[in-house]
Ligand binder design. Structure first.
Ligand SMILES: [Zn+2]
Length: 142
């Protein structure tokens, strides 16, 4: 299977590696003259992207002809992984995942508020998202 980062990087222009697991590139979602897009590979293999000009992740993935679900390792779309994932995480990694899961949920809800329909893959990913947040919460409590 192709890792999410290997789907994303070949689609971007002006990619420059900043440090291990971190790149800058031209944002595909606006007329970017510099490299406004920051790309990071999270410890779990998910890809996090942030455009300093303010493009949302949905616009960036659409411009790359990808879905949000493509930014996550395929293995973890099943929704059955969370119990195991949480046990091997450091607190920092758990927070990083929470941060990303919440961003995903917020993006999905913003899209729905604008009348967009979630794809089946995004819907499944949202269920996984809830499962992972729940798993991390249980882990922290135990
Ligand atoms: Zn942008």
């Amino acid at each position: 299977m192709t890792a999410p980062i290997d789907l994303v990087l070949p689609r971007l222009e002006k990619v420059r590696r900043r440090q291990p697991g971190q790149w800058s590139a031209k944002c595909p979602a606006h007329g970017d003259r510099t490299a406004s897009l920051s790309v990071r590979e999270a410890p779990n293999g998910s890809v996090l992207m942030n455009c300093f000009a303010g493009c949302c992740i949905e616009e960036i993935t659409a411009a790359l002809d990808l879905q949000l679900a493509d930014l996550f390792p395929p293995r973890e779309r099943s929704g059955r992984e969370p119990q195991r994932i949480a046990k091997v995480l450091t607190a920092g990694q758990a927070l990083e995942i929470l941060d990303f899961e919440i961003l995903f949920a917020a993006t999905a809800s913003a899209n729905m508020a604008r009348g967009m329909t979630l794809t089946e893959a995004d819907h499944q990913r949202l269920i996984t998202c809830a499962g992972r947040i729940g798993a991390i919460a249980r882990e922290v409590k135990s």
